[in-house]
Design a protein around this ligand. Structure first.
Ligand code: SAM
Length: 548
Protein backbone atom coordinates (compact mmCIF):
# COMPACT_ATOMS: atom_id res chain seq x y z
CA UNK A 1 0.00 0.00 0.00
CA UNK A 2 3.00 2.30 0.42
CA UNK A 3 2.80 3.05 -3.32
CA UNK A 4 -0.62 4.69 -2.92
CA UNK A 5 0.17 6.36 0.40
CA UNK A 6 3.39 7.83 -0.96
CA UNK A 7 1.69 8.91 -4.17
CA UNK A 8 -1.06 10.61 -2.14
CA UNK A 9 1.57 12.48 -0.10
CA UNK A 10 3.23 13.71 -3.27
CA UNK A 11 -0.12 14.77 -4.72
CA UNK A 12 -1.00 16.75 -1.61
CA UNK A 13 2.27 18.66 -1.60
CA UNK A 14 2.13 21.91 -3.55
CA UNK A 15 5.74 22.96 -3.93
CA UNK A 16 7.58 22.52 -7.17
CA UNK A 17 6.95 20.35 -10.16
CA UNK A 18 5.78 16.78 -9.82
CA UNK A 19 9.16 15.53 -11.01
CA UNK A 20 11.06 17.53 -8.43
CA UNK A 21 8.73 16.30 -5.67
CA UNK A 22 9.46 12.71 -6.64
CA UNK A 23 13.01 12.67 -7.91
CA UNK A 24 14.77 15.38 -5.95
CA UNK A 25 13.76 14.33 -2.48
CA UNK A 26 16.75 14.65 -0.18
CA UNK A 27 17.93 11.14 0.79
CA UNK A 28 19.37 12.40 4.07
CA UNK A 29 16.47 14.40 5.43
CA UNK A 30 14.78 12.95 8.52
CA UNK A 31 11.61 14.90 7.92
CA UNK A 32 11.33 13.59 4.38
CA UNK A 33 12.82 10.07 4.20
CA UNK A 34 13.21 8.64 0.69
CA UNK A 35 10.18 6.95 -0.84
CA UNK A 36 10.00 3.16 -0.72
CA UNK A 37 8.33 2.90 -4.10
CA UNK A 38 10.35 3.25 -7.31
CA UNK A 39 10.18 6.90 -8.45
CA UNK A 40 9.22 5.94 -12.02
CA UNK A 41 6.27 3.93 -10.70
CA UNK A 42 5.11 6.81 -8.52
CA UNK A 43 5.42 9.23 -11.39
CA UNK A 44 3.48 7.07 -13.82
CA UNK A 45 0.70 6.38 -11.31
CA UNK A 46 0.28 10.07 -10.47
CA UNK A 47 0.43 11.36 -14.05
CA UNK A 48 -2.08 8.77 -15.25
CA UNK A 49 -4.39 9.40 -12.32
CA UNK A 50 -4.36 13.16 -12.81
CA UNK A 51 -4.99 12.69 -16.51
CA UNK A 52 -8.30 11.03 -15.63
CA UNK A 53 -9.16 13.00 -12.51
CA UNK A 54 -12.21 14.62 -14.05
CA UNK A 55 -14.08 11.35 -14.51
CA UNK A 56 -12.66 9.85 -11.30
CA UNK A 57 -13.85 12.84 -9.30
CA UNK A 58 -17.29 12.38 -10.74
CA UNK A 59 -17.30 8.74 -9.61
CA UNK A 60 -16.04 9.74 -6.15
CA UNK A 61 -18.71 12.41 -5.76
CA UNK A 62 -21.58 10.34 -7.10
CA UNK A 63 -20.71 7.21 -5.14
CA UNK A 64 -20.25 9.16 -1.90
CA UNK A 65 -17.31 6.88 -1.10
CA UNK A 66 -15.41 9.49 0.91
CA UNK A 67 -18.34 9.83 3.32
CA UNK A 68 -18.59 6.06 3.67
CA UNK A 69 -14.90 5.20 4.03
CA UNK A 70 -13.09 7.47 6.45
CA UNK A 71 -9.74 5.86 5.64
CA UNK A 72 -9.85 7.33 2.17
CA UNK A 73 -8.67 10.87 1.58
CA UNK A 74 -9.49 12.48 -1.74
CA UNK A 75 -6.01 11.88 -3.30
CA UNK A 76 -5.95 8.28 -2.04
CA UNK A 77 -9.39 7.61 -3.49
CA UNK A 78 -8.33 9.07 -6.84
CA UNK A 79 -5.23 6.88 -7.03
CA UNK A 80 -6.93 3.68 -5.93
CA UNK A 81 -9.95 4.23 -8.14
CA UNK A 82 -7.67 4.93 -11.07
CA UNK A 83 -6.05 1.54 -10.76
CA UNK A 84 -9.30 -0.23 -9.91
CA UNK A 85 -11.35 1.24 -12.75
CA UNK A 86 -8.87 2.08 -15.48
CA UNK A 87 -6.16 -0.56 -15.37
CA UNK A 88 -6.27 -4.22 -16.20
CA UNK A 89 -4.45 -5.32 -13.06
CA UNK A 90 -6.56 -3.32 -10.63
CA UNK A 91 -5.18 -2.10 -7.32
CA UNK A 92 -1.54 -3.11 -7.11
CA UNK A 93 -1.54 -4.90 -3.78
CA UNK A 94 -2.87 -8.27 -2.66
CA UNK A 95 -4.93 -7.01 0.30
CA UNK A 96 -5.10 -4.37 2.99
CA UNK A 97 -7.62 -1.98 4.54
CA UNK A 98 -7.38 0.61 1.77
CA UNK A 99 -7.92 -1.94 -0.96
CA UNK A 100 -10.86 -3.37 1.00
CA UNK A 101 -12.34 0.10 1.44
CA UNK A 102 -12.55 0.33 -2.34
CA UNK A 103 -13.47 -3.29 -3.13
CA UNK A 104 -16.45 -3.17 -0.74
CA UNK A 105 -18.02 -0.70 -3.16
CA UNK A 106 -16.74 -2.34 -6.34
CA UNK A 107 -20.13 -2.80 -8.04
CA UNK A 108 -21.34 0.66 -7.27
CA UNK A 109 -18.08 2.33 -8.33
CA UNK A 110 -18.04 0.39 -11.54
CA UNK A 111 -21.64 1.38 -12.31
CA UNK A 112 -20.93 5.07 -11.63
CA UNK A 113 -17.83 4.87 -13.80
CA UNK A 114 -19.72 3.34 -16.72
CA UNK A 115 -22.40 6.04 -16.44
CA UNK A 116 -19.79 8.81 -16.37
CA UNK A 117 -17.96 7.29 -19.35
CA UNK A 118 -21.11 7.02 -21.43
CA UNK A 119 -22.11 10.58 -20.49
CA UNK A 120 -18.78 11.63 -22.06
CA UNK A 121 -19.65 9.84 -25.26
CA UNK A 122 -17.24 6.91 -24.87
CA UNK A 123 -18.81 3.52 -25.52
CA UNK A 124 -15.64 1.72 -24.46
CA UNK A 125 -12.82 2.17 -22.00
CA UNK A 126 -10.24 2.27 -24.78
CA UNK A 127 -12.04 5.17 -26.46
CA UNK A 128 -11.93 7.11 -23.16
CA UNK A 129 -8.22 6.36 -22.71
CA UNK A 130 -7.35 7.40 -26.26
CA UNK A 131 -9.20 10.73 -25.87
CA UNK A 132 -7.38 11.51 -22.61
CA UNK A 133 -4.01 10.79 -24.23
CA UNK A 134 -4.78 13.12 -27.13
CA UNK A 135 -5.70 15.94 -24.78
CA UNK A 136 -2.54 15.37 -22.73
CA UNK A 137 -0.23 15.66 -25.70
CA UNK A 138 -0.92 19.25 -26.53
CA UNK A 139 -0.15 21.56 -23.67
CA UNK A 140 3.29 23.11 -23.81
CA UNK A 141 5.62 23.37 -26.80
CA UNK A 142 9.20 22.14 -26.62
CA UNK A 143 11.31 25.32 -26.38
CA UNK A 144 14.87 25.25 -27.66
CA UNK A 145 17.45 27.98 -27.30
CA UNK A 146 20.03 28.07 -30.07
CA UNK A 147 23.35 28.24 -28.26
CA UNK A 148 25.28 30.99 -30.00
CA UNK A 149 28.45 30.01 -28.14
CA UNK A 150 28.54 27.04 -30.51
CA UNK A 151 26.51 28.02 -33.56
CA UNK A 152 25.84 31.27 -35.39
CA UNK A 153 22.11 31.58 -34.74
CA UNK A 154 18.67 30.52 -35.95
CA UNK A 155 19.44 30.39 -39.67
CA UNK A 156 22.62 28.39 -39.18
CA UNK A 157 20.86 26.02 -36.78
CA UNK A 158 17.96 25.43 -39.16
CA UNK A 159 20.36 24.83 -42.03
CA UNK A 160 22.39 22.38 -39.97
CA UNK A 161 19.68 20.37 -38.25
CA UNK A 162 16.18 21.20 -39.42
CA UNK A 163 16.35 21.77 -43.15
CA UNK A 164 13.36 19.55 -43.81
CA UNK A 165 11.26 21.37 -41.19
CA UNK A 166 8.73 24.10 -41.99
CA UNK A 167 8.36 27.36 -40.07
CA UNK A 168 4.89 28.10 -38.71
CA UNK A 169 3.55 31.52 -37.83
CA UNK A 170 1.76 30.69 -34.58
CA UNK A 171 2.39 28.46 -31.58
CA UNK A 172 -1.01 26.86 -32.12
CA UNK A 173 0.18 25.34 -35.38
CA UNK A 174 2.75 23.27 -33.46
CA UNK A 175 0.10 21.18 -31.78
CA UNK A 176 -1.25 17.95 -33.16
CA UNK A 177 -3.37 15.18 -31.76
CA UNK A 178 -0.41 12.86 -31.26
CA UNK A 179 1.63 15.58 -29.53
CA UNK A 180 3.36 16.39 -32.80
CA UNK A 181 5.96 13.63 -32.59
CA UNK A 182 5.92 13.31 -36.35
CA UNK A 183 5.22 16.93 -37.17
CA UNK A 184 8.31 18.57 -38.64
CA UNK A 185 7.56 22.18 -37.88
CA UNK A 186 9.11 24.95 -35.78
CA UNK A 187 8.16 28.39 -34.56
CA UNK A 188 10.60 31.30 -34.15
CA UNK A 189 9.92 33.32 -31.02
CA UNK A 190 9.37 36.95 -32.00
CA UNK A 191 10.56 38.36 -28.66
CA UNK A 192 13.55 36.33 -27.47
CA UNK A 193 16.27 36.04 -30.12
CA UNK A 194 17.53 32.56 -31.01
CA UNK A 195 14.59 30.81 -29.40
CA UNK A 196 12.61 28.15 -31.27
CA UNK A 197 9.56 26.10 -30.34
CA UNK A 198 8.80 22.59 -31.56
CA UNK A 199 5.71 20.40 -31.04
CA UNK A 200 5.29 19.18 -27.45
CA UNK A 201 6.13 15.60 -28.36
CA UNK A 202 9.28 16.47 -30.34
CA UNK A 203 12.15 14.23 -29.22
CA UNK A 204 15.24 16.40 -29.39
CA UNK A 205 17.53 14.88 -26.80
CA UNK A 206 18.84 12.45 -29.40
CA UNK A 207 19.35 15.17 -32.02
CA UNK A 208 23.05 15.55 -32.87
CA UNK A 209 22.91 19.32 -32.28
CA UNK A 210 21.62 18.75 -28.76
CA UNK A 211 24.33 16.18 -28.10
CA UNK A 212 26.89 18.72 -29.37
CA UNK A 213 25.57 21.45 -27.04
CA UNK A 214 24.31 23.59 -29.91
CA UNK A 215 20.70 23.31 -28.74
CA UNK A 216 19.64 23.95 -25.16
CA UNK A 217 16.24 22.77 -23.98
CA UNK A 218 15.12 25.80 -22.03
CA UNK A 219 11.64 27.03 -21.24
CA UNK A 220 10.65 30.29 -22.90
CA UNK A 221 10.23 32.18 -19.63
CA UNK A 222 13.58 30.94 -18.37
CA UNK A 223 15.17 32.81 -21.31
CA UNK A 224 13.70 36.15 -20.26
CA UNK A 225 16.15 37.13 -17.45
CA UNK A 226 19.36 36.99 -19.50
CA UNK A 227 17.61 38.70 -22.42
CA UNK A 228 16.35 41.46 -20.10
CA UNK A 229 19.74 41.78 -18.39
CA UNK A 230 21.23 42.48 -21.82
CA UNK A 231 24.83 42.42 -20.62
CA UNK A 232 26.08 42.83 -24.16
CA UNK A 233 28.40 45.81 -23.90
CA UNK A 234 32.14 45.44 -24.35
CA UNK A 235 33.80 44.23 -21.18
CA UNK A 236 30.61 43.49 -19.24
CA UNK A 237 31.33 41.70 -15.96
CA UNK A 238 28.35 39.65 -14.87
CA UNK A 239 27.49 37.77 -11.71
CA UNK A 240 24.96 34.95 -11.86
CA UNK A 241 24.22 34.78 -8.14
CA UNK A 242 22.31 31.48 -8.09
CA UNK A 243 23.48 29.63 -11.13
CA UNK A 244 22.77 25.87 -11.16
CA UNK A 245 21.84 24.06 -13.26
CA UNK A 246 23.07 26.83 -15.51
CA UNK A 247 20.67 27.53 -18.34
CA UNK A 248 20.64 31.23 -17.59
CA UNK A 249 24.41 31.29 -16.98
CA UNK A 250 25.19 29.93 -20.42
CA UNK A 251 22.56 32.23 -21.92
CA UNK A 252 24.32 35.25 -20.34
CA UNK A 253 27.62 33.97 -21.72
CA UNK A 254 26.12 33.64 -25.20
CA UNK A 255 24.97 37.27 -25.13
CA UNK A 256 28.20 38.78 -23.81
CA UNK A 257 30.11 41.23 -25.89
CA UNK A 258 33.86 40.95 -26.51
CA UNK A 259 35.90 40.63 -23.32
CA UNK A 260 32.85 39.81 -21.21
CA UNK A 261 33.04 37.50 -18.18
CA UNK A 262 30.56 35.68 -15.93
CA UNK A 263 31.11 34.68 -12.31
CA UNK A 264 28.61 31.97 -11.38
CA UNK A 265 27.83 31.37 -7.69
CA UNK A 266 26.20 28.13 -6.62
CA UNK A 267 25.85 27.33 -2.94
CA UNK A 268 24.88 23.69 -3.34
CA UNK A 269 27.93 21.63 -4.31
CA UNK A 270 25.86 18.82 -5.86
CA UNK A 271 24.06 21.30 -8.08
CA UNK A 272 27.37 23.05 -8.82
CA UNK A 273 28.58 19.80 -10.40
CA UNK A 274 25.61 19.85 -12.74
CA UNK A 275 26.39 23.48 -13.52
CA UNK A 276 29.94 22.51 -14.41
CA UNK A 277 28.69 19.90 -16.89
CA UNK A 278 26.17 22.28 -18.40
CA UNK A 279 28.79 25.00 -18.87
CA UNK A 280 31.20 22.55 -20.48
CA UNK A 281 28.53 21.18 -22.81
CA UNK A 282 27.50 24.68 -23.83
CA UNK A 283 31.07 25.74 -24.55
CA UNK A 284 31.13 28.36 -21.78
CA UNK A 285 34.34 27.31 -20.05
CA UNK A 286 36.37 30.21 -21.35
CA UNK A 287 34.02 32.90 -20.08
CA UNK A 288 32.30 31.42 -17.01
CA UNK A 289 34.04 31.10 -13.67
CA UNK A 290 32.15 28.76 -11.36
CA UNK A 291 32.18 29.38 -7.62
CA UNK A 292 31.08 25.94 -6.44
CA UNK A 293 29.67 25.83 -2.92
CA UNK A 294 29.86 29.62 -2.63
CA UNK A 295 27.12 31.58 -0.90
CA UNK A 296 26.37 34.76 -2.81
CA UNK A 297 25.25 36.49 0.38
CA UNK A 298 28.78 36.10 1.71
CA UNK A 299 30.50 37.39 -1.43
CA UNK A 300 32.46 40.59 -0.84
CA UNK A 301 31.38 43.18 -3.43
CA UNK A 302 34.51 45.22 -2.79
CA UNK A 303 36.87 42.31 -3.52
CA UNK A 304 39.33 42.54 -6.38
CA UNK A 305 37.33 40.02 -8.38
CA UNK A 306 33.87 41.51 -7.88
CA UNK A 307 34.28 45.24 -7.58
CA UNK A 308 34.11 45.74 -11.34
CA UNK A 309 30.91 43.74 -11.79
CA UNK A 310 28.46 45.65 -13.98
CA UNK A 311 25.45 43.30 -14.15
CA UNK A 312 23.91 40.74 -11.80
CA UNK A 313 21.32 38.09 -12.51
CA UNK A 314 19.39 36.86 -9.48
CA UNK A 315 17.20 33.84 -9.93
CA UNK A 316 17.01 32.63 -6.34
CA UNK A 317 15.26 29.61 -4.93
CA UNK A 318 11.53 30.16 -4.69
CA UNK A 319 8.32 28.26 -3.99
CA UNK A 320 8.23 26.98 -7.58
CA UNK A 321 4.50 27.61 -7.68
CA UNK A 322 4.65 28.48 -11.38
CA UNK A 323 6.14 25.16 -12.44
CA UNK A 324 4.06 22.87 -14.58
CA UNK A 325 5.59 19.92 -16.33
CA UNK A 326 4.66 19.18 -19.91
CA UNK A 327 3.01 15.93 -18.90
CA UNK A 328 1.60 17.21 -15.68
CA UNK A 329 -1.74 18.29 -14.36
CA UNK A 330 -2.50 19.66 -10.96
CA UNK A 331 -4.89 18.17 -8.47
CA UNK A 332 -8.33 19.74 -8.89
CA UNK A 333 -10.53 20.12 -5.81
CA UNK A 334 -13.22 17.46 -5.67
CA UNK A 335 -16.24 19.76 -5.51
CA UNK A 336 -15.13 21.80 -8.49
CA UNK A 337 -14.55 18.73 -10.63
CA UNK A 338 -17.88 17.03 -9.99
CA UNK A 339 -20.28 18.16 -12.71
CA UNK A 340 -23.49 18.06 -10.69
CA UNK A 341 -24.54 17.13 -7.18
CA UNK A 342 -26.18 13.86 -7.86
CA UNK A 343 -24.95 11.96 -4.85
CA UNK A 344 -27.76 13.09 -2.54
CA UNK A 345 -30.59 12.08 -4.83
CA UNK A 346 -29.00 8.77 -5.81
CA UNK A 347 -28.26 7.72 -2.27
CA UNK A 348 -31.98 7.98 -1.51
CA UNK A 349 -32.65 5.15 -3.95
CA UNK A 350 -33.01 1.50 -2.86
CA UNK A 351 -29.91 -0.28 -1.61
CA UNK A 352 -27.84 2.87 -1.89
CA UNK A 353 -30.23 4.65 0.43
CA UNK A 354 -29.72 1.86 2.97
CA UNK A 355 -25.95 2.17 2.66
CA UNK A 356 -26.07 5.89 3.33
CA UNK A 357 -28.17 5.20 6.41
CA UNK A 358 -25.50 2.88 7.80
CA UNK A 359 -23.12 5.77 8.22
CA UNK A 360 -24.41 8.49 10.49
CA UNK A 361 -23.97 12.09 9.42
CA UNK A 362 -21.54 13.07 12.23
CA UNK A 363 -18.77 11.01 10.62
CA UNK A 364 -19.00 13.12 7.51
CA UNK A 365 -19.08 16.25 9.63
CA UNK A 366 -16.03 15.09 11.59
CA UNK A 367 -14.20 14.35 8.35
CA UNK A 368 -15.16 17.77 7.03
CA UNK A 369 -13.88 19.46 10.21
CA UNK A 370 -10.63 17.59 9.95
CA UNK A 371 -10.28 18.49 6.29
CA UNK A 372 -11.00 22.12 7.11
CA UNK A 373 -8.39 22.14 9.84
CA UNK A 374 -5.84 20.49 7.54
CA UNK A 375 -6.63 23.09 4.89
CA UNK A 376 -6.11 25.86 7.45
CA UNK A 377 -2.75 24.40 8.50
CA UNK A 378 -1.66 24.07 4.91
CA UNK A 379 -2.56 27.69 4.25
CA UNK A 380 -0.68 28.92 7.31
CA UNK A 381 2.37 26.83 6.45
CA UNK A 382 2.32 28.06 2.88
CA UNK A 383 2.07 31.66 4.02
CA UNK A 384 4.98 31.38 6.51
CA UNK A 385 7.06 29.65 3.88
CA UNK A 386 6.33 32.32 1.29
CA UNK A 387 7.16 35.15 3.69
CA UNK A 388 10.43 33.50 4.71
CA UNK A 389 11.33 32.95 1.07
CA UNK A 390 10.46 36.57 0.28
CA UNK A 391 12.82 37.73 3.08
CA UNK A 392 15.61 35.64 1.60
CA UNK A 393 14.88 36.86 -1.95
CA UNK A 394 14.85 40.49 -0.77
CA UNK A 395 18.20 40.08 1.00
CA UNK A 396 19.71 38.64 -2.20
CA UNK A 397 18.59 41.64 -4.28
CA UNK A 398 19.73 44.13 -1.64
CA UNK A 399 23.15 42.46 -1.48
CA UNK A 400 23.42 42.72 -5.27
CA UNK A 401 22.66 46.44 -4.99
CA UNK A 402 25.81 46.97 -2.92
CA UNK A 403 28.16 46.02 -5.79
CA UNK A 404 29.97 49.29 -6.45
CA UNK A 405 30.11 49.18 -10.26
CA UNK A 406 26.75 47.46 -10.81
CA UNK A 407 24.42 49.20 -13.23
CA UNK A 408 21.75 46.57 -13.80
CA UNK A 409 20.21 43.67 -11.87
CA UNK A 410 17.50 41.26 -12.92
CA UNK A 411 15.42 39.48 -10.32
CA UNK A 412 13.32 36.48 -11.33
CA UNK A 413 11.32 33.61 -9.83
CA UNK A 414 9.35 30.69 -11.17
CA UNK A 415 6.60 31.59 -8.73
CA UNK A 416 3.18 33.00 -9.43
CA UNK A 417 2.80 34.39 -5.89
CA UNK A 418 2.90 38.18 -5.49
CA UNK A 419 4.64 37.68 -2.12
CA UNK A 420 7.77 36.52 -3.98
CA UNK A 421 7.36 38.87 -6.91
CA UNK A 422 5.82 42.37 -6.82
CA UNK A 423 6.00 42.48 -3.00
CA UNK A 424 9.76 41.87 -3.11
CA UNK A 425 10.19 44.60 -5.74
CA UNK A 426 8.21 47.11 -3.66
CA UNK A 427 10.11 46.21 -0.46
CA UNK A 428 13.48 46.52 -2.19
CA UNK A 429 12.66 49.91 -3.73
CA UNK A 430 11.61 51.25 -0.33
CA UNK A 431 14.83 50.06 1.32
CA UNK A 432 17.63 52.48 2.21
CA UNK A 433 20.18 50.41 0.27
CA UNK A 434 18.25 50.93 -2.98
CA UNK A 435 17.38 54.56 -2.32
CA UNK A 436 20.81 55.68 -1.20
CA UNK A 437 22.50 54.01 -4.18
CA UNK A 438 20.07 55.31 -6.77
CA UNK A 439 18.42 52.04 -7.82
CA UNK A 440 15.05 52.11 -9.58
CA UNK A 441 13.09 49.77 -11.80
CA UNK A 442 13.94 49.74 -15.49
CA UNK A 443 10.80 51.12 -17.17
CA UNK A 444 8.94 48.93 -19.63
CA UNK A 445 9.86 51.15 -22.58
CA UNK A 446 13.57 51.13 -21.68
CA UNK A 447 13.98 47.37 -21.60
CA UNK A 448 14.20 44.53 -24.09
CA UNK A 449 10.83 43.05 -23.10
CA UNK A 450 8.55 45.97 -23.93
CA UNK A 451 6.49 43.83 -26.33
CA UNK A 452 5.73 41.23 -23.66
CA UNK A 453 2.08 41.79 -22.86
CA UNK A 454 1.58 40.34 -19.42
CA UNK A 455 2.89 42.71 -16.76
CA UNK A 456 2.93 42.99 -12.95
CA UNK A 457 -0.08 43.41 -10.70
CA UNK A 458 -0.67 47.13 -9.93
CA UNK A 459 -2.57 46.34 -6.72
CA UNK A 460 0.62 44.72 -5.36
CA UNK A 461 2.75 47.68 -6.46
CA UNK A 462 0.88 50.23 -4.33
CA UNK A 463 -0.95 51.24 -7.51
CA UNK A 464 2.33 52.42 -9.06
CA UNK A 465 1.81 51.76 -12.78
CA UNK A 466 5.48 52.35 -13.62
CA UNK A 467 6.57 49.60 -11.24
CA UNK A 468 3.77 47.26 -12.36
CA UNK A 469 4.62 47.83 -16.04
CA UNK A 470 8.30 47.22 -15.31
CA UNK A 471 7.42 43.75 -13.98
CA UNK A 472 7.00 40.89 -16.47
CA UNK A 473 4.76 37.97 -15.67
CA UNK A 474 4.22 34.67 -17.49
CA UNK A 475 1.16 32.61 -16.71
CA UNK A 476 1.65 28.84 -16.66
CA UNK A 477 0.65 27.11 -19.94
CA UNK A 478 -1.16 30.23 -21.32
CA UNK A 479 2.17 31.95 -22.05
CA UNK A 480 3.67 28.82 -23.53
CA UNK A 481 5.41 27.34 -20.50
CA UNK A 482 5.83 27.67 -16.75
CA UNK A 483 4.62 30.54 -14.55
CA UNK A 484 7.40 33.09 -14.14
CA UNK A 485 8.25 36.63 -13.01
CA UNK A 486 11.13 38.93 -13.93
CA UNK A 487 12.00 42.57 -13.36
CA UNK A 488 15.12 44.68 -13.90
CA UNK A 489 16.59 47.28 -11.55
CA UNK A 490 18.92 49.91 -12.98
CA UNK A 491 20.80 52.97 -11.85
CA UNK A 492 22.13 55.74 -13.94
CA UNK A 493 25.49 56.22 -12.27
CA UNK A 494 27.91 53.71 -10.84
CA UNK A 495 31.64 53.61 -10.27
CA UNK A 496 33.52 52.93 -13.47
CA UNK A 497 34.39 49.23 -13.75
CA UNK A 498 38.04 48.41 -13.26
CA UNK A 499 39.99 45.74 -15.08
CA UNK A 500 39.70 42.34 -13.43
CA UNK A 501 42.09 39.41 -13.68
CA UNK A 502 41.24 36.90 -16.39
CA UNK A 503 38.73 34.26 -15.35
CA UNK A 504 40.45 30.91 -14.74
CA UNK A 505 39.38 28.27 -17.18
CA UNK A 506 37.31 25.58 -15.47
CA UNK A 507 38.63 22.05 -15.47
CA UNK A 508 35.72 19.96 -16.72
CA UNK A 509 35.19 16.36 -17.62
CA UNK A 510 32.41 15.62 -20.08
CA UNK A 511 29.78 13.49 -18.39
CA UNK A 512 26.15 12.71 -18.98
CA UNK A 513 23.75 15.53 -18.15
CA UNK A 514 22.08 14.55 -14.89
CA UNK A 515 18.92 16.59 -15.28
CA UNK A 516 17.83 19.30 -12.84
CA UNK A 517 15.07 21.79 -13.27
CA UNK A 518 16.37 25.32 -13.84
CA UNK A 519 13.55 26.45 -11.62
CA UNK A 520 14.35 24.25 -8.71
CA UNK A 521 12.09 25.28 -5.86
CA UNK A 522 13.56 25.93 -2.44
CA UNK A 523 14.15 22.87 -0.32
CA UNK A 524 13.77 25.40 1.77
CA UNK A 525 16.93 27.45 1.32
CA UNK A 526 16.78 30.10 4.05
CA UNK A 527 17.05 28.83 7.61
CA UNK A 528 14.30 31.25 8.62
CA UNK A 529 11.82 29.46 6.38
CA UNK A 530 12.49 26.09 7.99
CA UNK A 531 12.05 27.68 11.38
CA UNK A 532 8.85 29.40 10.37
CA UNK A 533 7.36 26.21 8.99
CA UNK A 534 8.20 24.11 12.03
CA UNK A 535 6.82 26.85 14.31
CA UNK A 536 3.44 26.63 12.57
CA UNK A 537 3.53 22.81 12.74
CA UNK A 538 4.29 22.92 16.48
CA UNK A 539 1.48 25.42 17.08
CA UNK A 540 -0.98 23.21 15.23
CA UNK A 541 0.11 20.07 17.08
CA UNK A 542 -0.33 21.85 20.41
CA UNK A 543 -3.81 22.96 19.38
CA UNK A 544 -4.70 19.40 18.36
CA UNK A 545 -3.42 17.97 21.67
CA UNK A 546 -5.47 20.54 23.55
CA UNK A 547 -8.63 19.67 21.65
CA UNK A 548 -8.24 15.93 22.33
N1 SAM B 1 19.36 30.27 -12.59
C1 SAM B 1 19.36 28.83 -12.60
C2 SAM B 1 19.10 28.35 -14.03
O1 SAM B 1 18.38 29.01 -14.76
O2 SAM B 1 19.59 27.30 -14.43
C3 SAM B 1 18.35 28.29 -11.62
C4 SAM B 1 18.56 28.77 -10.20
S1 SAM B 1 17.62 27.90 -9.01
C5 SAM B 1 16.09 28.67 -9.09
C6 SAM B 1 18.29 28.58 -7.55
C7 SAM B 1 19.70 28.10 -7.23
O3 SAM B 1 20.27 28.97 -6.27
C8 SAM B 1 19.74 26.73 -6.59
O4 SAM B 1 20.63 25.93 -7.32
C9 SAM B 1 20.26 26.98 -5.18
O5 SAM B 1 21.08 25.92 -4.72
C10 SAM B 1 21.05 28.25 -5.36
N2 SAM B 1 21.21 29.12 -4.16
C11 SAM B 1 20.31 29.33 -3.20
N3 SAM B 1 20.78 30.21 -2.30
C12 SAM B 1 22.01 30.58 -2.72
C13 SAM B 1 22.99 31.47 -2.22
N4 SAM B 1 22.81 32.15 -1.10
N5 SAM B 1 24.14 31.62 -2.92
C14 SAM B 1 24.34 30.91 -4.07
N6 SAM B 1 23.44 30.04 -4.57
C15 SAM B 1 22.29 29.88 -3.91
Amino acid sequence: MSLYIEAATILTSTSGSLKSRIYHRSPSSEETPPFKSPPARLYALIVETLKHQDILNEVIANSGILGLERKLSHPLALLLLHDQLLTRGGIATSSGPLKNAVLKHKARLSAEFTRARIRRGHGTLSSLLAAANKAAASKIPRWVRINTLKTAGVEAAIAEGFEDYTAVATIKELFAEDGGKEKRVYYVDPIVPNLLAFPPGAELTTHQMYVDGKLILQDRSSCLPAHLLAATGTGARVVDATAAPGNKTTHIAALLGPGGRVVAFEKDTRRAEVLRKMVARAGGDGVIDIKAGADFLKADPASQELRAVTHLLLDPSCSGSGIVGREEYTLAPLAAAAPEVKGGKKRKRGAEKEKAKEKPVPIVVAAADEAEEQEETKEELEKSRLLALADFQESMVLHAMTFPAARKITYSTCSIHAEENEDVVVAVLAHDTARSRGWRVERREEGTLKEWERRGWPNRCNGDEIVAQACVRCNPVEDGGIGFFVVAFVRDSAEEPEETPAVPVADNEEEEWGGLSDCEPADVVPQTATEAVSAVKKKKNKKRQKNK
